[in-house]
Design a protein around this ligand. Structure first.
Ligand code: BGC
Length: 760
C-alpha cells in the first residue's frame, strides 16, 4: 500500500511538473526555472548540454524545447559563419559586419560612454546574427609590448580596463547577448600560450591582473567568462581550482557560465571538479590536431558520462554545470525580451567612426604640423606613403579576424577629405611588408605584391616627399603572424620592413612629415624627434580611413590618451630585464619577476637611486607551500618616450588648483585654446608612507570632459576607501594604512597638474 501511495505521489508530482513547465515561463524566478528544467533532464541530456556540438555552438535540449547556444568572436566585430566543424568560413553572403575599432583604441578613448556605445552596437550586430554569446571583451593586462594579442585588450592599467569593460558588457548584454570576458587569467603572452605556467605573487595577481575581470563579473554582471590556455599554479586555467572555484565563484560570487577557450580543456577530472561549465574546441581540426566531429570524445562528453556510469564520480558537479549553462540559455537564447538587433546600420557606422576618432592619440605635434591646414597656393599636394595606407586590416590577427562589409583605407579616407580641402593626393608604397590578406577563407581581395627593391621604393617616396606640401606616412604593424596576431608574439620592438630608415629619410626630405602608426602595440620610434607629428591610430576597422581623416584635418579634435607606456627600447620594459625566465619563460615556466612594477608603475621609478628590494608572497604550488620570494626591481634608466595617459589635443587645457573637502576632490579645467576639445582628467593616488612597498602612484579614477573654447568646468572626484588600499597577501584581504595620501590630478601619468593631501 505504502509503495502504491509513493508511486502515486511521484506520478502526481511528475504530472504537475510536466504541466507546469515553469522553465518556459520567463516571468518565473530564474532559480525556479533552472531547477525545473534540471529536474526534467536525463543524464545524457545534461552531458550534451555542457560541451560543443560544432565549432561554435552547443546543443540545448531539443526534447524540452530548450534552444542551444551560438557563440561568435569577438571582440571587435561579429565573425563570419564558419563550417560546422571547421575554422574555415562557410561562405555565406549575408554575414559581413561592421568592424569596430580594436579594444586598444576603445581603451584609448578613456571614455566609458564610448564603451557603452561600443557594447550596444556590437551587441546589436551579434543579436541580428542570432548569436547568444559574444567571445569578448578581453582584459588581459599589457605586460610586454611583444604580446601578439595586446590589440584585443585594454592596456596596462587595471583601473582603466575595469572602468571600460563594465559598460561594454552592459551594452552587449542589454541586447540579450552574453559577453564572455576573456582570457581568464594571466594570458599575457602568446609564446607557449597553450602550456606556459605563470608564477606571480598574490599581490600582483590581485592588484594588477584580476581587477578588470572582477569588475566585469561583479559590476558588469558578465554572464560568461572564458578560461585561458595557460596554467596557473600548475593547473590549466580552464579548470583551475584557485581561479575558478576559489576566486571567481567563491570571492566574486559569479553565477554565470565558465566557457573553455577553444582547445583549452586538457584533463577530464579537473574539468569535472574545478568549475568548467562548457567545453569548446577540444580535439577538432584547427587549433589543436585531432579528429573531425569528435565532440563525443570531449572531456565533458563520453569520458565524463562513463565516469558517472562507473560510479567514479557523482552527479553533483554535473548538476551545477547544467545550472550555470541553463542560466546562460535563459538569459540569452530563451530571453523573450531581447530585441532583433541590426547589422551595418547607420548608427553602427557612426559609432565605429566616432570611437575610432576618439581613440586616436596625437603623440607629437611640432610647429602645429596638424591639423592639415588650407594653403594659400593652387593644388597643394599631400603625399601618402606606406603599406598600411592601403592594406585592409580587418582580415588577419587570428580569431578576431572579420569579414567586414567594407573597409575605408587610410588612403581612401584621406583622398576624399583632401578633395574637399582642395588638396591633391599622391601615393607611394615606400616599403613592402605583408602582402597576405586571407584568414580562414575570407580574403581582402587586394593584390599587394610589388617586385621593386626596398631601395627603389624608398627613393621614389623620398623624391616625391621633397616636392610635397605634406607627407603622411602610414605604417606600423599589420596583424600578420608575429606582427600583432594571435598565437605568436612579435620578435622585435622596432618597426619591421625597414620602416625606421624610411621614416627618417622622409622626415629629412620634408619637415611636414606626419607618422601614423596603425598598430595595437608600442614600438620603437628612433625618429620621434625628427618628424613633425605622430598619430597612434590603432586598428580601427571599417571606418579607419574616415576617422583618420577626421583627425588629420581637424574635424575631430584628438582626445585619445595612451592606455600603455611607450618606452624607448624593449630593455626599458620591466618584463624584459630578467632574461628568459620572466619572458617568454623557460621550460614552460614564466615568472613575473617585476611583480607590481608594470607599465607606468615601473616608469615612475625613474630617478630612484637604488633598486627596490622586498619580499612578496607566492602561493603554494607544485606540492610546495606558499613562499616569500625576493623581488628586486632596478629603476629605469630612461624616462618613457610617451607615458601612460598621454595624448595631445589641438587645443590646450589649464588646470586650476585641486581642493579637497572631506572626501570630495575638486579641480577646475579650462579650455584655453581656440577650439572645442576633450580632456581626460586622471586621478592618481600615492600612499606617502607605507609599511609595504607600493607603486609611486596608481590610477584610481578619471573623467573625460568636453569643453568649448574658453569654457571651464569643475570636476569632482569622491575619494573612496578602496582607492587607498593594497592587497595584503598574508591576510588575503585588502587593507589601507592610516596616514597621508597624495591625490594627484594629472593630464598624463607624467604630467601632474595638481595635488591635495588626504589623511586617513
Ligand atoms: C582564442 C579565443 C577565441 C577562440 C574562438 C581561441 O583561439 O584564444 O579568443 O575566442 O579561439 O575562436
Amino acid at each position: 500500500m505504502r509503495r502504491f501511495l509513493f508511486s502515486f505521489v511521484a506520478l502526481l508530482c511528475l504530472c504537475v511538473a510536466v504541466s507546469a513547465q515553469v522553465y518556459l515561463d520567463a516571468s518565473a524566478p530564474m532559480e525556479q526555472r533552472v531547477e525545473d528544467a534540471l529536474a526534467r533532464m536525463t543524464l545524457q541530456e545534461k552531458i550534451a548540454l555542457i560541451h560543443a556540438q560544432s565549432k561554435f555552438s552547443s546543443p540545448g535540449v531539443a526534447r524540452l524545447g530548450i534552444p542551444g547556444l551560438w557563440c561568435t568572436d569577438g571582440p571587435h566585430g561579429i565573425r563570419p559563419e564558419v563550417l560546422w566543424d571547421e575554422w574555415n568560413q562557410a561562405g555565406w553572403t549575408n554575414d559581413s559586419c561592421i568592424a569596430f575599432p580594436a579594444l586598444t583604441c576603445l581603451a584609448a578613448t578613456w571614455n566609458p560612454d564610448m564603451a557603452l556605445l561600443y557594447g550596444q552596437s556590437i551587441g546589436e550586430e551579434a543579436r541580428y546574427r542570432n548569436k547568444d554569446v559574444l567571445l569578448g571583451p578581453g582584459v588581459n593586462i599589457y605586460r610586454t609590448p611583444l604580446n601578439g594579442r595586446n590589440f584585443e585588450y585594454m592596456g596596462e592599467d587595471p583601473c582603466l580596463a575595469a572602468n571600460m569593460v563594465v559598460p561594454y558588457i552592459q551594452g552587449v548584454q542589454a541586447q540579450g547577448v552574453a559577453a564572455c570576458v576573456k582570457h581568464y587569467a594571466l594570458n599575457n603572452q602568446e609564446v607557449d600560450r597553450h602550456w606556459v605556467n605563470v608564477s606571480v605573487s598574490d599581490r600582483a595577481l590581485y592588484e594588477l591582473y584580476l581587477p578588470a575581470f572582477r569588475a566585469a563579473v561583479v559590476e558588469g554582471g558578465a554572464w560568461s567568462i572564458m578560461g585561458s590556455y595557460n596554467r596557473y599554479r600548475h593547473q590549466y586555467a580552464c579548470h583551475n581550482q584557485y581561479l575558478l572555484q576559489d576566486i571567481l565563484r567563491g570571492e566574486w560570487q559569479f553565477d554565470g557560465a565558465v566557457i573553455s577557450d577553444w582547445g583549452g580543456t586538457m584533463q577530464t577530472d579537473e574539468a569535472i571538479r574545478n568549475g568548467l561549465d562548457l567545453e569548446f574546441g577540444t580535439w577538432t581540426d584547427g587549433l589543436t590536431d585531432g579528429t573531425s566531429n569528435a565532440y563525443d570524445v570531449y572531456h565533458l562528453a563520453m569520458p565524463y558520462l562513463q565516469k558517472i556510469q562507473r560510479g567514479e564520480v557523482g552527479t553533483e558537479e554535473l548538476d551545477d554545470k547544467v545550472r550555470h549553462v541553463l542560466r546562460l540559455i535563459f538569459r540569452t537564447s530563451m530571453n523573450p525580451h531581447k530585441g532583433f538587433g541590426a547589422m551595418a546600420s547607420e548608427a553602427h557606422i557612426a559609432a565605429a567612426r566616432r570611437i575610432a576618432g576618439e581613440g586616436m592619440v596625437l603623440l607629437r605635434n611640432e610647429r602645429q604640423t596638424l591639423p592639415i591646414a588650407s594653403m594659400n597656393k593652387p593644388k597643394p599636394v599631400i603625399l601618402v606613403v606606406g603599406e598600411n595606407a592601403i592594406k585592409h586590416m580587418t582580415v588577419g590577427g587570428g580569431s578576431s579576424s572579420l569579414k567586414a562589409k567594407y573597409e575605408v583605407s587610410p588612403l581612401q579616407g584621406i583622398r576624399s577629405r583632401a578633395a574637399e580641402a582642395g588638396y591633391q593626393v599622391a601615393y607611394c608604397r615606400g616599403y613592402v611588408g605583408d602582402i597576405g590578406g586571407e584568414y580562414n577563407g575570407v580574403t581582402t581581395g587586394q593584390s599587394l605584391a610589388d617586385e621593386r627593391t626596398p631601395e627603389a621604393l624608398l627613393q621614389e617616396a623620398v623624391a616625391a616627399a621633397e616636392k610635397a606640401d605634406y607627407v603622411v606616412f602610414v605604417g606600423g604593424l599589420n596583424k600578420a603572424h608575429q606582427q600583432d596576431c594571435e598565437d605568436g608574439d612579435r620578435t622585435q620592438y622596432n618597426l619591421p620592413y625597414g620602416q625606421d630608415a624610411l621614416i627618417s629619410a622622409l622626415a629629412a626630405a620634408n619637415p611636414r612629415t606626419v607618422v601614423v602608426s596603425v598598430s595595437g602595440n608600442a614600438h620603437a620610434m628612433p625618429w620621434a624627434q625628427q618628424v613633425g607629428a605622430i598619430v597612434q591610430a590603432w586598428y580601427c576597422g571599417s571606418e579607419t580611413g574616415n576617422a583618420l581623416a577626421d583627425v588629420l584635418f581637424g574635424d575631430v579634435n584628438p582626445s585619445g590618451k595612451l592606455p600603455y607606456t611607450i618606452m624607448s627600447s624593449l630593455s626599458d620594459y620591466p618584463a624584459h630585464q630578467y632574461g628568459d625566465r620572466a619572458y617568454p619563460g623557460t621550460n614552460k615556466e614564466v615568472e613575473y619577476c617585476e611583480d607590481l612594477f608594470v607599465g607606468y608603475r615601473y616608469a615612475d621609478l625613474y630617478g630612484t637611486k637604488r633598486p627596490l628590494q622586498y619580499q612578496a608572497l607566492f602561493p603554494a604550488d607544485n606540492g610546495q607551500p606558499a613562499v616569500e620570494k625576493t623581488i628586486r626591481v632596478v629603476p629605469p634608466k630612461h624616462e618613457p618616450l610617451y607615458p601612460f595617459g598621454f595624448g595631445l589635443s589641438y587645443t590646450t587645457f589649464a588646470y586650476g588648483r585641486s581642493s579637497l573637502s572631506d572626501d570630495t576632490l575638486r579641480v577646475t579645467v579650462t579650455n584655453t585654446g581656440s577650439r572645442a576639445g576633450q580632456e581626460v582628467v586622471q586621478l592618481y593616488v600615492a600612499d606617502k608612507k607605507a609599511s609595504v612597498v607600493r607603486p609611486r602612484k596608481e590610477l584610481k579614477a578619471f573623467q573625460k570632459v568636453y569643453l568649448q573654447a574658453g569654457e571651464s568646468r569643475c570636476l569632482t572626484f569622491i575619494i573612496t576607501p578602496e582607492m587607498l588600499q593594497y592587497f595584503d597577501a598574508a591576510q588575503h584581504q585588502w587593507h589601507s594604512e592610516p596616514g597621508d595620501f597624495d591625490l594627484l590630478i594629472g593630464s598624463s601619468s607624467r604630467d601632474i597638474k595638481g595635488k591635495a593631501t588626504y589623511c586617513l
